[in-house]
Design a protein around this ligand. Structure first.
Ligand code: NAI
Ligand code: 15L
Length: 271
């Protein structure tokens, strides 16, 4: 045994060409001897310790091949904003089903599923909810994340495959509006959360909200406390860019009345 052996032999990261995938590509390297990167889009050449596999999540055979010799999966691939149902169905519903069926066939023990705050986007910004609050998706995209949460629950109950459904708030370099002062999830905190998701001995089926230690929150993470996640960042440092004029939520503006923000204006009736 070498002295610098890494905890996992192979991590599969889907969505590797995306905004978060490109961040995680570098940051998860210490956790696995090999990081297998996958996306429908070009990811560039494989670097040391990487394997690059370009494929469409809706291609069942390709996803089953993708899973060979994988220990754990970070499932970040798919359509990440509102879109028409057919597109969402292929990438997020068929795609996530293919991932779980492949996980089951390959004997993979744990998945982190990149869910979204849009699974609960129809709660009001005056509500405070937890993982046991009924889901209230704000569009087809949010509905596909609800499907992923239920699908992973089934694979846990039926086959014991563990999943953390991470309802990510807004993981970007910095907040770009008042809403994101509440939903902000720094990249460092995302990586720390993923470390907790992968290295906590037992996670069962957990729903966790992905957020930094922001001054205001809509989400109570009490049912994910066993993960031991402690945010180190906060949106406070950006608050001066969006002064509190007492105008949030704004009367008659559904993008401030509901937690889903702008997604309230992008449902099927608008496409
Ligand atoms: P992104 O859109 O930048 O990346 C998603 C990646 O998935 C893209 O590279 C895209 O090519 C790939 N993809 C789409 N359809 C595919 C298919 N059929 N087959 C294979 N790959 C496909 O999104 P981002 O921001 O990196 O988000 C990553 C994940 O986290 C997504 O699942 C998203 O829903 C979730 N999430 C992200 C949040 C954020 O704040 N960035 C908030 C909530 C959830
Ligand atoms: C998401 O689910 C999206 O993937 C991301 O692009 C952001 O829009 C985020 O939610 C958000 O709510 O800010």
């Amino acid at each position: 045994m070498t002295t610098n052996q890494k905890p996992f032999k192979r991590i599969l990261l889907t969505g590797a060409a995306g905004g978060l995938g490109r961040i995680l590509r570098e940051r998860i390297k210490p956790w696995a001897e090999i990081v297998r990167l996958s996306d429908i889009s070009d990811m560039g050449a494989a670097q040391a310790g990487e394997e690059v596999v370009q494929c469409d999540l809706s291609d069942k055979a390709a996803v089953h091949a993708l899973m060979k010799d994988v220990d754990v999966v970070l499932h970040f691939g798919g359509i990440s904003t509102e879109n028409n149902f057919e597109a969402i169905m292929r990438a997020n519903i068929q795609g996530t089903y293919n991932i779980y069926e492949a996980v089951h066939q390959a004997g993979v023990k744990r998945v982190v599923f990149a869910s979204s705050n849009h699974a609960v986007g129809f709660y009001k910004t005056t509500d405070y909810i937890d993982a046991n609050s009924p889901r209230r998706p704000d569009g087809m995209y949010g509905i596909s994340k609800c499907f992923g949460e239920d699908l992973s629950r089934y694979y846990y109950d039926r086959f014991g495959i563990e999943t953390v459904c991470l309802r990510i708030g807004s993981s970007f370099p910095e907040p770009i509006n008042k809403r994101m002062l509440v939903t902000y999830f720094s990249y460092d905190d995302l990586v720390e959360m993923l470390r907790c998701c992968l290295f906590t001995p037992r996670v069962g089926h957990t729903i966790a909200f992905g957020m930094s230690d922001n001054p205001a929150s809509w989400w109570d993470n009490r049912y994910a406390s066993h993960l031991g996640y402690q945010a180190k960042d906060s949106s406070t440092q950006f608050a001066h860019k969006f002064p509190d004029n007492g105008d949030y939520p704004e009367k008659d503006d559904i993008t401030t009345i509901y937690q889903g923000g702008g997604f309230l204006l992008t449902g099927p009736q608008y496409i």
